[in-house]
Design a binder for this molecule. Sequence first.
Ligand SMILES: [Cu+2]
Length: 286
Amino acid sequence: MKFSIATSVALAALPSLTSAHYFFPHLYVNDVKSEEFEYVRRSTQGYQPHFGFDILSSNDMRCNTGSQANAGSTKVASVNSGDTIGFGTNLDGNIQHPGPIQVYMSKATDVSSYDGSGDWFKIYELGANFPMESSGENWLVWGKNRIDFQIPTEVPSGQYLVRIEHLALHRPSGTEFYFNCAHVEVTNTGSALEPSDLVKIPGVYDSTTEGLSPNYSIYSGGTSYPMPGPGVFPSGSEQSATNETSSTTPATSTPTITETPLAAEATGKTGCSSVRKFSRRYHRHN
Ligand SMILES: [Cu+2]
């Protein structure tokens, strides 16, 4: 199907929809919200997610497009193992996309220049309540603008990239990837363990990964979700997200689930403003 001028004009007329996308420029340390990009590497990706599988084989999958150039100007937050830290969204916008949150860490000799090419391990994951609902609101991240998680007491002392990742699964044709990296220096206050279940980024996911759309559909009423990537270090501890403002907007309608027109899909990477049926549901202002 050809991408028509009429479609492109119609899409250009919907800029406000995409502004309800988001990124994670704030780090919370000791319950204090840092400045935008104080401890988080600024990228050139802004609030738009990556869409589809291309990003899975790119080094940009680590800390996002253009972020390496800002590594040297990003501060390093001092934390103790066992501390709870968190990421906050831009403008405290609530996340209203269905999918998991995961947090990975990678050790650096000097995080202010580190490119993320070493080993990564997962320290946190936030999934869904079941059964899976087509509204998407059964995902535990729904309506949150701050994701808190513990630096495991077992994490060895040293500097790290801490990478938060949100996968949005509402588009039947592919996954949206939201991710940013913070700089931290961990002081281990207990007994450290060598991190296990190590992965590389890129490489941790590929086009066959079960928990990614289109391999996984949130519209099938599933009773489980195959969390992508490795297990949680040290042993899958239970953690939960908090909400800074509790200002979740209630749903006003149930979305009509249809396949996305190919022409709209052709606009690809700029996000899901092209998917009207889902846009109305997931891309509201807060
Ligand atoms: Cu979106």
